[in-house]
Design a protein around this ligand. Structure first.
Ligand code: HEC
Length: 138
């Protein structure tokens, strides 16, 4: 009887240890399959820097100053209206949203000419950068 018990004990030990290595293997596999973290998306700072550069390169700055109205409303005025009315600057730049800051048709036409001239070729990320820059400017 003792012998049988002993054999049984060995047998179950073998089963348990096999089970364990299996588990280890599976765990290792799962770990190696886990994706490497994707390259971090452009950081907020990069986005702002890109927006600031575009704001100059795309001539926005010649009509939009931070604090003062020149040809177009100031950045601060634009951002304030967008905040108040829950507008989306990116959608405006894409031409999907009517003007909400200055709705005078003459003024809208000036801005519209810019959207057609400079903005329509910009990528989504660039539009987001412009919007982020405007919102951050103060
Ligand atoms: C030639 C002058 C001019 C340039 C250049 C210009 N804008 Fe404008 N912008 C205007 C005028 C005028 C308005 C007011 C009319 C209006 O609100 O649509 C305006 C309005 C806006 C508004 C508010 C739109 C709304 O909802 O009323 C945003 C946002 C804006 N401009 C962003 C930009 C960006 C970004 C650029 C550069 C890519 C740019 N503008 C270049 C003249 C200009």
């Amino acid at each position: 009887m003792k012998k049988i018990l002993f054999v049984f004990a060995i047998f179950s030990l073998v089963i348990v240890s096999c089970g364990e290595t299996k588990k280890e293997e599976v765990k290792k596999e799962v770990e190696s399959v886990k994706e490497e973290p994707k390259e971090a998306a452009a950081s907020a700072d990069d986005l702002l820097a890109m927006g600031e550069k575009l704001f100059t390169d795309k001539t926005c700055v010649s009509c939009h100053q931070l604090d003062a109205k020149i040809v177009g409303p100031s950045i601060k005025d634009i951002v304030k209206v967008y905040d108040d009315k829950n507008g989306d600057i990116v959608e405006f730049l894409k031409g999907n949203q009517e003007a909400i800051v200055d709705t005078d048709p003459g003024q809208v036409a000036i801005m519209k000419a810019n959207l057609d001239g400079f903005v329509k070729d910009l990528k989504e990320e660039e539009l987001k950068a412009l919007a982020a820059y405007m919102k951050s400017a103060e």
